[in-house]
Design a binder for this molecule. Structure first.
Ligand code: NDP
Ligand code: ZN
Length: 180
């Protein structure tokens, strides 16, 4: 099944690249959005030592439903129920107000599956590193600070999931505190 798996992963990267093709990150350089899901999958493999293809494929797709016209039905048909369920767990309900969505991420984190927690940890690690590298256009220092604080609350609900990822996140938080 090795060559088959390779085909599925390439199909998945291609799917995500097409879905995110017109989107950019919020950094000054307007990095292509697809760098983010690919980077999250890479963090899981290289730093988290995660080699479960279901988790990697879910990571590659994790922002497609939230940020593009992709439906869960599409994900389920193309990549299966298990992948679809993880993507569901990490997708915010866009019908809710922003602040409620942020609150729910904190509240729901502890109830997520192990695989969804892995994706959440790598996602937050990627975004916090992004923020360390450059402050998004139009963001105040206060807003950056709030984002770190909120991320920490979400991550604290995903503890005892992956030693390596949690250590990297803790290093980032320790660095922040020492700068205050
Ligand atoms: P947003 O939720 O608007 O932005 C953060 C998200 O953007 C990240 O979780 C990440 O999500 C994505 N992202 C894209 N590019 C980057 C990047 N370069 N670095 C980091 N993340 C990136 O920000 P807030 O959570 O701060 O704000 C939420 C809402 O509150 C917004 O709608 C905003 O208008 C409002 N607001 C908040 C203020 C505050 O002080 N917090 C001040 C003013 C307004 P992903 O993984 O999905 O790509
Ligand atoms: Zn993301």
């Amino acid at each position: 099944t090795e060559p088959e798996l390779l085909s599925i992963v390439i199909k998945c990267v291609n799917f995500a690249a097409i879905k995110h093709k017109d989107q950019r990150r919020k950094d000054e350089k307007e990095t292509p959005y697809i760098n983010h899901p690919i980077g999250v999958a890479n963090i899981l493999i290289e730093e988290g030592k995660i080699h479960d293809p279901i988790v990697i494929i879910a990571a590659l797709l994790h922002d497609t439903v939230e940020d593009t016209n992709t439906t869960f039905e599409e994900i389920e048909n193309e990549f299966g129920t298990e992948v679809c369920n993880i993507v569901k767990e990490v997708t915010d309900d866009k019908n809710l107000p922003t602040m409620e969505r942020k609150r729910l991420q904190i509240v729901n984190a502890p109830n997520k599956s192990h695989k969804a927690k892995l994706v959440t940890l790598a996602d937050k690690l990627y975004n916090l590193r992004d923020l360390q590298n450059s402050v998004p256009v139009g963001w105040s220092q206060d807003r950056v600070k709030e984002y770190f604080k909120w991320s920490k609350a979400v991550i604290d609900g995903c503890r005892k999931t992956n030693f390596h990822l949690e250590r990297q996140l803790d290093l980032i938080f320790a660095e922040r505190v020492s700068q205050e």
